[in-house]
Design a protein around this ligand. Structure first.
Ligand code: UT7
Length: 332
């Protein structure tokens, strides 16, 4: 039976490190508050105009290809998960395709926020198992820093997010005990307004006005408590569901790579599932929440330091804006 294998994984983060103390110079917050509530110590921001999500994706793709032993020219489809595309349209996948020098290759953007990587993985899995494509490049990449409200009004959101990119190269395998075992994704649009960016909006005439800017509606807003509550309920629920479908239990999993939104969320999820901390990948302290990039970025670091290796059973779970959530289990 053909399954979808993760052939290689890579990541890239911009060089500029922004600490909690740096943010405390911009609005009322403190290193202590941010670390206590979120686990974040620092994040990376792009340092100059002209660097979009597709630019961060390029080195991540190259690293993933190198680790996979796949030439960039072998990629036959690109899926780009992002909530911060370079432009409203066309999608960042098209810009990435141009930068990789792959004219003609299919290029799809998906806009599923923190669960974007898992939605992309489900699509790629269907493409590969039906034989449609052989080397799918699935990228999660975000430039959040240019869209955050660095004032007291926006501080709850501004402290959370960072820029970065992660990529997996996916392809078919018939190797026994290798490949994506199962995946499921969900959404509940009743939560759409709990974490969103209201402007510009095609439902407004015109899409962007001086009044909207004055009201700071071009910055994301969040009902943090509500998002937190849903995340700690849905992530364990979907994780157990996917494990059940895969006929696996928590002790069968070698590594749990959750989306990095808040260390307290992941600690709560791990506790509910009875995962020992040694099996959970955390890197939010260094990068903050990089949304669609966070799972491949965390997997890439775990791959680099040997925690994720050939034969490992790896579990992914995510929850985010939409609301959207999902989980997947794969054997590397
Ligand atoms: O990927 C999915 C996306 N997002 C998430 O998963 C986020 C989920 N939510 C969270 O992570 C948490 O709700 C936050 C970290 C955002 C906030 O933590 P909290 O424990 O829910 O704090 P809170 O919103 O209840 O705020 C507590 C206090 C408030 O002050 P008062 O009203 O108690 O006087 C806030 O104004 O902390 C204040 N506050 C801050 N103080 C210092 C909010 N943001 C900040 C800040 N620095 N950056």
């Amino acid at each position: 039976m053909v399954r979808t294998a993760i052939l290689g994984v890579g990541h890239y983060v911009p060089e500029k490190v922004v600490t909690n103390d740096d943010l405390a110079k911009l609005f009322e917050t403190s290193d202590e508050w941010i670390q206590q509530r979120t686990g974040i110590k620092e994040r990376r921001f792009i340092s100059e105009s002209g660097t979009g999500a597709s630019d961060l994706a390029v080195p991540a793709v190259k690293m993933a290809c190198e680790r996979a032993g796949v030439a960039v020219s072998e990629i036959d489809a690109i899926i780009f998960a992002t909530l911060s595309p370079d432009f409203d349209f066309p999608g960042s996948a098209c810009f990435l395709q141009e930068k990789l020098g792959l004219p003609g290759v299919a290029a799809l953007d998906i806009r599923n926020q923190c669960s974007g990587f898992l939605y992309g993985l489900q699509i790629a899995d269907a493409w590969i198992r039906t034989g449609m494509y052989k080397r799918v490049c699935l990228v999660g990449a975000e430039v959040h820093s240019t869209g955050l409200d660095f004032s007291n009004e926006g501080r709850d959101v501004a402290v959370l997010f960072g820029d970065g990119a992660g990529c997996v190269i996916l392809g078919p395998t018939e190797e026994e005990g290798r490949g994506l075992v199962d995946i499921e994704v969900h959404a509940d649009g009743r939560g759409a307004r709990e974490l969103w960016l209201q402007a510009p909006s095609s439902a407004n005439i015109p899409r962007l006005t001086a009044k909207m800017l004055e009201e700071r509606r071009h910055f994301p807003t969040m009902n943090g408590k509500q998002v937190f509550r849903w995340a700690i309920e849905k992530m364990p629920e979907v994780t157990l569901s996917v494990l059940r479908r895969a006929n696996l239990t928590v002790p069968d999993v070698d590594l749990f790579v959750p989306h990095q939104a808040n260390k307290r969320i992941n600690e709560s999820v791990a506790k509910k599932l009875e995962f020992p901390d040694s099996k959970v990948v955390h890197n939010i302290e260094k990068y903050g929440n990089t949304t669609a990039a966070s799972i491949p970025l965390a997997l890439s670091e775990a791959w680099g330091d040997g925690r994720a290796k050939k034969g490992s059973t790896v579990l992914f779970a995510a929850f985010g804006a939409g609301f959207t959530w999902g989980a997947a289990v794969a054997k590397l």
